[in-house]
Design a binder for this molecule. Structure first.
Ligand SMILES: Cc1cc2nc3c(=O)[nH]c(=O)nc-3n(C[C@H](O)[C@H](O)[C@H](O)COP(=O)(O)OP(=O)(O)OC[C@H]3O[C@@H](n4cnc5c(N)ncnc54)[C@H](O)[C@@H]3O)c2cc1C
Length: 291
């Protein structure tokens, strides 16, 4: 299909971009990597009068240290995040998750700001931002603000941005030293969106879990932190019974949709499976770190 007629502006700065968004009274959209927006435009699933291309805006592309964590610019491409030494070293769970995002051609163009803003509940980056307690930095015509990932994702393909706001960067605070991690997803083919996926981060102190984080994708109307499962783990030895109980709690927390890729029951079942697998991997890595 062909898109409906639209206007296009190439922004040269953040102020320029947010002013252009504001000028359209809710009828404008940012164009970043175009890997979600352009297909939706061609299928006429997006209805906008103006597209504001931010690919020439300076300062939005890059990965820099921020305390013991990282700040990732909104225009940073998926492949750069996947391969950056800083990400592999500090957030190996994120580097692992990025390998499941679509295919290389798409990862060469798609951006972190675009993926978060698109807010697909089955996408890897929204779930990773939740897992890693990300702060999402936002610019608007009247200044900047920041939202936690927990406050950013509102509903399927709906985020908490105002019409004239854009994401400028994503800040990931450092993980607890020696934390283990796991990532797993089930998709029909490599590169497809997850039918169900999970990531976890787990820290141990004296053999007991001192911190547990579990995030799920593809099994709820937004990416989801399995907070009940996390609470079950903390303070306890991560033995098989404890991991089984946490996986069951995560499975009970999700409210999946039925669609052509899988029934709600199947996705709920898979949620428990992927959480259990990621917990196993995280415990093994945390124990290895503690040696
Ligand atoms: C065949 C195919 C398979 C895919 N498989 C996967 C997959 O398995 N996992 C996965 O996670 N993704 C997948 N994707 C999506 C891909 O990762 C996209 O790159 C990503 O979702 C959107 O990033 P983008 O930079 O291309 O954004 P765009 O397509 O340019 O924009 C997407 C949306 O975000 C808005 N936006 C973009 N940047 C900003 C910003 N800085 N501030 C505010 N709003 C902004 C746009 O207005 C638009 O509404 C797939 C895409 C395709 C075509």
């Amino acid at each position: 299909m062909k898109p409906a007629p639209f206007n296009y502006v190439r922004a040269t700065g953040i102020d320029d971009a947010t002013a252009a968004l504001a000028s359209a009274g809710g009828r404008a959209k940012i164009l970043a990597g175009g890997q979600s927006l352009i297909p939706m435009l061609n299928f006429r699933l997006v209805d906008a009068d103006l597209f504001v291309d931010i690919n020439q805006v300076g300062g939005l592309d890059g990965i820099e240290e921020s305390g013991d964590g990282l700040r990732i610019g909104a225009l940073t491409r998926h492949h750069r995040i996947e391969t950056a030494d800083a990400v592999r070293g500090r957030f190996p769970v994120l580097a692992a998750a990025m390998q499941h995002v679509a295919h290389l051609a798409i990862r060469n163009r798609g951006t972190i700001g675009g993926s978060l803003s698109h807010a697909d509940p089955a996408a890897e980056l929204p779930a990773m931002s939740l897992l890693l307690d990300a702060t999402i930095e936002i610019a608007g015509p009247s200044g900047g603000r920041a939202l936690t990932a927990r406050d950013f994702f509102v509903a399927p393909l709906v985020n908490a941005l105002e019409d004239s706001e854009m994401v400028t960067s994503v800040v990931l605070p450092g993980l607890p030293p020696g934390a283990g991690w796991g990532f797993d997803e089930v998709a029909r083919r490599r590169g497809d969106f997850a039918i169900a996926g999970a990531g976890c981060v787990l820290a141990l102190e004296n053999g007991a879990v001192s911190e547990a984080r579990i995030a799920l994708m593809g099994v709820h109307d937004t990416p989801l932190r399995a907070t009940v499962a996390e609470a079950l783990l903390v303070g306890n030895s991560p033995d098989a019974d404890a991991l089984d109980a946490a996986a069951a709690a995560a499975r009970d927390a999700v409210e999946p949709m039925n669609d052509l890729h899988g029934s709600a029951d199947y996705r709920r079942h898979l949620a428990g499976v992927v959480v259990r697998r990621t917990l196993d991997a995280a415990v093994a890595r945390a124990r290895e770190e503690a040696r």
